[in-house]
Structures are given as structure tokens and as C-alpha cells.
Design a protein around this ligand. Structure first.
Ligand code: ADP
Ligand code: MG
Length: 303
């Protein structure tokens, strides 16, 4: 089995609305594969098909070697899934939740204590065993939900926006855990809206309107997406931005906080820009945000 996940034209139609449109992805063992895209892009719907929860309208695929259409029960038994609205029992304690899920996943009694200790340590929840879930902060709840999702040590894990509503520090910690799992061989498909998290994925798929617009490593996406070079200048104020946009050799111009990112056809135009504006352009490597801005924009113009 070369790929842990492999789909062919996977499609979901609700009524006359196509939520996922001919999705083709391949994911290798141990990869952290990021799903990015605006709300409504079809990320959760795609995940529900990949986990065997939702039947595809057309197309298909293999998950861990099992056919999506005929073997969905096998798939459900062999994966971990943390949905966007994960369910913990808020009137139970941390330990009671873990014990409950150990039961759900049929972890042999002999192994339960050890497994729960491992998960408490991995999720950095030691000392919190006796706390009611309703008393936990969102970051702790999220790590407990992850602990429950990987109770049975699945080799394939789906995490749907696991870090929304969590502080940046806790998000980083959570991604450290994801990386640890990946290094141990677990394949992880994770949806996120955060560029720092996208940077930490081995590969990224960008979805919009149900369509896959890009699928590559963060580095390759950054090197390929721009048709030209990217420079940065301190933002010269809104009126001057308009003038810069109107320069014939400026292909693109986007505001990033106090900075302006400008796409030029080639390096030769850096000095033209400097002469025409009096600004000091510095060539920079595109960020993933630049990539996704360009991708979204480019595709809209093509329509
Ligand atoms: P994302 O997770 O990227 O935000 P979703 O997969 O949740 O996107 O949704 C994609 C689109 O499909 C949305 O427009 C959503 O309203 C629609 N959709 C999702 N589930 C259903 C459903 N069960 N019935 C009808 N439309 C749905
Ligand atoms: Mg979603």
C-alpha cells in the first residue's frame, strides 16, 4: 500500500449544491497533511467521506487499503477522528472521560491503566485527572479530546479544526504533539486556518468552493505560485498605495499590517519601484498567506 489515503474524483452533492468537487489526493504514511480553505470550502465534508461517515455521491478512494464505498465499517474501526464539535462528557472528570473512551474502543482491561497514563502524559494533562471537564479551559479540553481520539493508537488520524478557539501558545503545544505522533509513524490529516500551522505540515491542500486549488509542500507552493518576485515596503498610506497599484510593472499589491507586499515581474523592476516611489523595496520569500491570497485571487479571475 503506497498511500494511506488515495481518492479518485471524490464528490459530494447536497441537493443541487456540490460541496466537494472531484477531489484527488494522495497521502503517504507518517505525513501531516493540512487541509486549508475558507469556511464552506468543503473540508469537513471531505473528511466525513474519508472517515466513512458520509457516502460519496460520485468517485471513491481507498483509506488504509479499504474501499471507501464498500468497507466504511473497517475504516471507522481503524482511524481516529476528532470532529469540529468533538464530544467530551462535561459532567465527567478527565479520567472518567478517558476510561469511557477506553471502553468504547475495547481496550483490553490489562492495558487500560497504562494507556491512559501514556495519554495523560502525551496531552500534558497529568495532575488534571480529577477535574470535571466543564471546569477545563478550551486548550485542555482540546488535548483531552485528542487523547480520546487516539485511545486505540490509530495509524491514521483526522483532526477537524482542532485548534480553533485556542491560544497561540496552546496551539503550538498541540502541534508539537501532532509532530510527535507523525514521527512515530501516524498519518495525520488536519484542517486549520492558521498559517503557522500550515507551515508545519508536510503537505498542504488548499480547497475553495469544493475544488482543490493546490496540493504540495509549503516550500514548493511558495516557490511556484508567484508569477514574478515579491518585495516588501513600509506602507506609504492609502493614497500612495493606489499610485503604486497603477504602475505598469506592479502585478499585485497587498497590505500586510504596516507593510505592503508587491509582486513585480522580475528583479529589474526593484530599482524602478525605488526611483518611482522613493520607497526602499526589499525582496522577500513569499509566506503561505501570500500564496493563498494569490491562489484565491487567480482562480476568481479565471472564472
Ligand atoms: P468547511 O468545513 O470547509 O467549512 P463544509 O464541508 O462544512 O465546509 O461545508 C461545505 C458546504 O457544504 C457548505 O456550503 C455547507 O453549508 C454545505 N453542507 C455541508 N453539509 C451539508 C448537508 N448535510 N446538507 C447540505 N449542505 C451541507
Ligand atoms: Mg469545517
Amino acid at each position: 500500500m503506497e498511500y494511506v489515503i488515495e481518492t479518485q474524483d471524490l464528490t459530494k452533492v447536497f441537493g443541487n449544491f456540490t460541496a466537494v468537487d472531484k477531489l484527488n489526493i494522495k497521502i503517504k504514511q507518517g505525513e501531516i497533511f493540512g487541509f486549508l480553505g475558507p469556511n464552506g470550502a468543503g473540508k469537513s465534508t471531505a473528511i466525513k467521506m474519508l472517515t466513512g461517515i458520509l457516502e460519496p455521491t460520485a468517485g471513491g478512494g481507498k483509506i488504509l487499503g479499504y474501499d471507501l464505498r464498500t468497507d466504511s465499517e473497517r475504516i471507522k474501526e481503524n482511524i481516529g477522528y476528532m470532529s469540529q464539535k468533538f464530544s467530551l462528557y462535561s459532567d465527567l472528570t478527565v479520567l472518567e472521560n478517558l476510561k469511557f473512551y477506553a471502553g468504547i474502543y475495547n481496550i483490553p482491561y490489562k492495558l487500560r491503566k497504562k494507556r491512559i497514563e501514556e495519554l495523560l502524559s502525551l496531552a500534558q494533562l497529568e495532575g488534571k485527572e480529577g477535574l470535571l471537564v466543564s471546569h477545563l479551559s478550551s486548550g485542555w479540553k482540546q488535548r483531552l479530546a485528542l487523547g480520546c481520539a487516539i485511545m486505540a493508537r490509530p495509524s491514521l488520524l483526522f483532526l477537524d479544526e482542532p485548534t480553533s478557539g485556542v491560544s497561540p501558545t496552546i496551539r503550538r503545544l498541540f502541534f508539537n504533539i501532532i509532530q510527535e505522533l507523525s514521527q512515530a509513524g501516524t498519518t495525520i490529516l488536519v484542517t486549520t486556518h492558521f498559517m503557522d500551522e500550515a507551515e508545519r505540515c508536510h503537505k498542504i491542500a488548499f480547497l475553495k468552493g469544493g475544488k482543490l486549488l493546490a496540493d504540495d509542500t509549503p516550500a514548493r507552493l511558495k516557490s511556484q505560485v508567484l508569477d514574478g518576485i515579491l518585495v516588501e515596503v513600509e506602507s506609504p498610506g492609502i493614497n500612495n498605495i493606489k499610485k503604486i497599484e497603477d504602475l505598469a510593472y506592479v502585478k499585485e499589491c497587498t497590505i500586510h499590517g504596516a507593510l505592503l507586499h508587491i509582486v513585480l515581474a522580475n528583479k529589474g523592476y526593484i530599482s524602478s519601484l525605488e526611483n518611482d516611489t522613493g520607497l526602499k523595496p526589499v525582496e522577500i520569500t513569499p509566506s503561505l498567506e501570500d500564496v493563498f491570497l494569490a491562489l484565491s485571487k487567480g482562480r476568481e479571475e479565471e472564472r
